[in-house]
Design a binder for this molecule. Structure first.
Ligand SMILES: O=C(O)CCC(=O)C(=O)O
Length: 314
């Protein structure tokens, strides 16, 4: 049954060939233990091609307009060596990415791991153009619970999903420290300070080597980083998911955010269902607990972009 699960070493990032096996209990356990899981070949070639084209449009638009809106640059955008490296709210900016956010296999995996009340929180594209991108230092992701973070999400119910549009070889991939999702804050801080003191330290880390169409799930508490790179391209769409009940109790957003982001998810699902290219697939059915159906009674949405800073609770 578990022949394709790479659990040979507890240091590795476990893998799941999701179209062949589905997500098995041992994949779930391996993800919870290690803090990361690779879903090989999740995107079919046609969808991969259309998401690659959509990503190019977004990146070309950033270069053309030199905009700072929702876009992070290596330097001030008007400087000659500046390059864009990240674009926020990509579901709102591209219908192809919105349909991607309704991917049934991906959402079923999120339902298994996050729970039935999953809501989408972040949606971004992180990319390296040939112009280069600096190192992404060792870190845990944003929006951590300030107290008892490991107690709340050590086992991985707040998940960042990276959908790869290009190859990520060892010299241009995310490196992970498996099981660091269970470290307390002092150990995590001490480790990131030490490892970020030199340009590129991979002590205790493993590379997550990826192919186009692969997906990596990581627990936001797992320490990870990426090396500086020039002359190479890598585009990754990131979606983050959280349990609505955790969001409701603890934030980081205000309760109102939950219903709005549920509307975003439902709209992505409807857009995917209506697309002829996805006609043959079994759609994901969103079934949160009755008390957490917080989109009911809300007015029809006019946007899929809800800036985090307008909804922070902390
Ligand atoms: O894809 C990458 O290079 C890493 C992105 C990342 O870790 C982040 O944005 O927090």
């Amino acid at each position: 049954m578990s022949a394709t699960v790479d659990v040979r070493t507890e240091q590795a990032v476990p893998e799941c060939h999701i179209h062949e096996t589905g997500l098995l209990p041992e994949h779930l356990t391996a993800f919870r233990r290690q803090g990361a899981l690779i879903l090989r070949g999740l995107l079919d070639p046609d969808e991969l091609r259309s998401v690659q084209a959509a990503a190019d449009e977004l990146i070309d638009e950033a270069w053309r307009t030199r905009t700072m809106t929702d876009t992070i640059w290596t330097l001030e955008p008007h400087e000659p060596d500046a390059a864009p490296v990240r674009i926020e709210y990509v579901v709102d900016k591209s219908p192809v990415v919105a349909r991607l956010a309704g991917h049934p296999l991906l959402l079923r995996a999120m339902e298994d791991l996050v729970g039935p009340n999953l809501i989408p929180t972040w949606d971004s594209m992180v990319f390296k153009t040939e112009a280069g991108a600096p190192r992404l230092p060792w870190h845990r992701d944003g929006g951590l619970y300030p107290e008892n973070a490991v107690g709340i999400t050590g086992a991985g119910r707040v998940i960042d999903v990276g959908i790869y549009l290009d190859p990520a070889p060892e010299d241009n991939c995310v490196w992970c420290i498996p099981q660091s999702n269970y470290w307390d804050t002092d150990r995590a801080n001490e480790t990131t300070t030490r490892m970020n003191a030199t340009e590129w330290d991979t002590t205790g880390a493993v590379p997550a080597v990826m192919n186009p169409g692969d997906v990596m799930l990581h627990n936001i508490l797992m320490l990870h980083a990426a090396p500086a790179v020039t002359g190479k391209r890598r585009r990754v769409i990131y979606f983050e998911y959280r349990p609505a009940e955790v969001e409701l109790d603890l934030g980081p957003h205000v309760p109102e955010y939950i219903g709005l982001k549920q509307q975003v998810l439902l709209s992505c699902l409807a857009q995917r269902r209506a697309a002829p290219e996805h006609a043959g697939e079994q759609p994901f059915e969103y079934r949160p607990a009755a008390s957490l159906r917080r989109w009911e009674g809300l007015p029809e949405p006019t946007t899929m972009r809800y800036p985090h800073e307008e909804y922070w609770r902390w």
